[in-house]
Design a protein around this ligand. Structure first.
Ligand code: NAD
Length: 173
């Protein structure tokens, strides 16, 4: 059965996290963006707002579309808020130990059917998936910077990533 993705969780509100949040929200997908400090979350949301303003200036977006997109982004510091997402994308600092810690925490918290993805640029997806209980529902989503301009994401399957996980992520908005 295919998973319909209507809410995406994002770990990290930095360059990639807020770019992914913007791309998802503009596509009409609800976003929960979590970082370690509220200041980082606020900065991420403000970056999205400024980026959408630039699109309005270029006549690529209306003010109403900007408001609609921002209304879809919920930011915070609690991983608990990610529980309603069908897909959680880890876009935290590129550090192997840190990512393993975050992924184990997510694995213990999220419903078994939730897909976890990592935006890592250099770490093996198979290695990141291994300590989780869901290597079949784990995938690499390598977004390109700046995300909203590139509109490109490379999917990287781990050794055990299932076809269903790959298809659910590929067909998401
Ligand atoms: N910047 C790029 O061009 C680019 C391109 C492709 C992939 N990536 C990858 O994307 C990921 C993020 O990169 P970035 O450039 O956005 O980094 P960044 O430094 O801009 O943002 C990382 C964010 O993660 C947050 N963070 C750290 N620990 C956390 C935790 N435990 N929980 C929640 N948030 C936490 C930090 O506070 C920071 O806001 C990395 O894996 C990087 O390799 C980056």
């Amino acid at each position: 059965m295919s998973t319909e993705i209507t809410t995406v969780g994002i770990i990290g509100a930095g360059t990639m996290g807020n770019g992914i949040a913007q791309a998802c929200a503009v596509a009409g997908v609800r976003v929960v963006m979590v970082d370690i400090a509220q200041a980082a979350v606020d900065k991420g949301v403000a970056t999205v707002g400024a980026s959408l303003d630039r699109l309005i200036k270029k006549d690529k977006l209306t003010a109403a579309q900007k408001e609609a997109a921002l209304a879809l982004i919920q930011g915070g510091t609690s991983y608990d808020d990610l529980k309603g997402a069908q897909l959680v994308i880890e876009a935290a600092t590129e550090n192997h130990e840190l990512k393993l810690r975050i992924l184990k925490q997510l694995d213990g918290l999220l419903a078994p059917e939730t897909i976890i993805a990592s935006n890592t640029s250099s770490i093996s997806i198979t290695q990141l998936a291994a300590p989780t209980s869901r290597p079949d529902r784990f995938i690499g989503m390598h977004f390109f910077n700046p995300v909203p301009m590139m509109a490109l994401v490379e999917l990287i399957r781990g050794y055990l990533t299932s076809d269903a996980t790959h298809d659910a992520v590929r067909s998401s908005p």
